[in-house]
Design a protein around this ligand. Structure first.
Ligand SMILES: CCCCCCCCCCCCC/C=C/C(=O)SCCNC(=O)CCNC(=O)[C@H](O)C(C)(C)COP(=O)(O)OP(=O)(O)OC[C@H]1O[C@@H](n2cnc3c(N)ncnc32)[C@H](O)[C@@H]1OP(=O)(O)O
Length: 329
């Protein structure tokens, strides 16, 4: 009964999002992100739905949902016949994960998640040479406490949505993917990267004085093991594609012009597995990490706010931003 009620409540909440026009969607989600209690309610409902491999949505909602949407920062191409959506990140110049981008991203993933006909999601970039530059540093610099909170909630939400997705998720990494960009791809089921030695992927945070959150460490450890995580995070390492492949940070390298085609072919292989068996297995593998992270979510928020608002952290971020800008000039 509780599970049923959760499903209905969650469907109602998402119905609201689905019916609203895109700008209204964004406002609604951002209002939600501002409200801790509503958000954790929605999240626990989401995780209780997805952990059982069920999609909790009424057929009416599915019929009314827009499947092909173009928003300023994302382009989603959903092929009904294959059940695969390709999400192109288009937040120039470097697909930084700003609050605006993260909000649109969460809405887009949520909509696909609730659509029973969508079984696979390929995440890629429309920007040349960059998959994603990671978290938008401007959203972590010189802002008010409530803005840090809103931003971090969106970061947590993005990770949870991708990591706990029922869909098969494949990252088609067609450019550099430092820090938050790497985290995004690590949340997917499979990573295919362009074999171009000029591209890099990894976690460089400590190099400019930032500490990755504990859930980022947890997620990485499950993929590349304790030692590789320790080395990467402590030294703030970025890897070229072949070194990334060696430590298992990516699963496959292909020539740059074949990244998307390979992702599509790989998706077909994954979708040949019966959904229910794959979903339950995915949940079995990931649920312990998700549960652990959900239990420290608010503590993580407080740690982030206190760390990011410190004068010393702000000073380091300011210096790093200057350095990034000077690089061009
Ligand atoms: C003790 C307890 C602690 C508790 C927890 C604390 C948590 C603290 C926070 C932890 C967060 C961890 C998780 C993730 C963190 C991040 O993601 S931080 C962001 C890190 N990202 C980077 O360092 C990447 C920086 N960018 C680049 O290296 C390059 O831009 C690129 C991606 C390789 C692309 O290079 P290129 O094509 O040459 O473009 P550029 O000329 O360098 O850049 C173009 C413009 O874009 C701006 N820009 C680049 N990156 C960002 C960014 N991340 N955010 C905002 N803006 C960015 C750059 O400044 C250029 O701007 P203009 O000069 O104005 O054009």
């Amino acid at each position: 009964m509780d599970a049923y009620k959760s499903s209905v409540d969650f469907a109602e909440a998402t119905a609201f999002l689905s019916h609203a026009c895109y700008e209204q969607d964004k406002m609604a989600l951002r209002a939600t992100l501002k409200n801790k209690s509503i958000l954790s309610g929605l999240l626990s409902r989401l995780s209780s739905c997805s952990s059982h491999g069920r999609v909790c949505v009424s057929p009416v909602l599915v019929a009314q949902r827009r499947n092909n949407s173009t928003s300023p920062k994302l382009k989603v191409d959903f092929n009904q016949s294959t059940g695969v959506a390709v999400m192109h990140m288009q937040n120039p110049p470097v697909n930084s994960l700003s609050l605006g981008f993260l909000t649109e991203f969460c809405i887009a993933v949520e909509k696909l998640e609730m659509d029973k006909s969508c079984r696979g999601l390929i995440l890629t970039s429309s920007q040349p040479k960059v998959f994603s530059a990671g978290l938008d540093i401007m959203d972590m610099y010189g802002k008010k406490l409530e803005q840090y909170e809103e931003f971090w909630r969106a970061v947590q939400e993005m990770w949870l949505k991708l990591y706990s997705s029922n869909m098969v998720t494949i990252a088609a990494i067609n450019g550099s993917s430092p820090a938050g960009g790497c985290l995004m791809s690590l949340s997917c089921d499979y990573r295919i990267m362009a074999d171009n030695p000029r591209y890099s992927i990894g976690f460089n945070e400590t190099q400019f004085g930032i500490v990755v959150p504990v859930w980022c460490k947890e997620a990485m450890t499950t993929i590349v093991g304790h030692r590789n995580t320790e080395l990467t995070l402590e030294l703030g390492l970025l890897y070229n594609p072949s070194d990334a492949l060696k430590i298992g940070l990516v699963d496959q390298l292909v020539p740059e012009d074949q990244v998307l085609a390979t992702a599509t072919k790989t998706m077909t292989k994954w979708l040949a597995i019966p959904d229910h068996a794959r979903r339950i297995t995915k949940s079995m593998m990931r649920k312990p990490t998700i549960d652990k992270i959900m239990s420290i979510r608010e503590a993580d928020m407080q740690q982030y706010i206190s760390f990011i608002s410190k004068d010393s952290t702000q000073k380091m971020l300011g210096t790093y931003l200057e350095m990034l800008k000077k690089k061009r000039g």
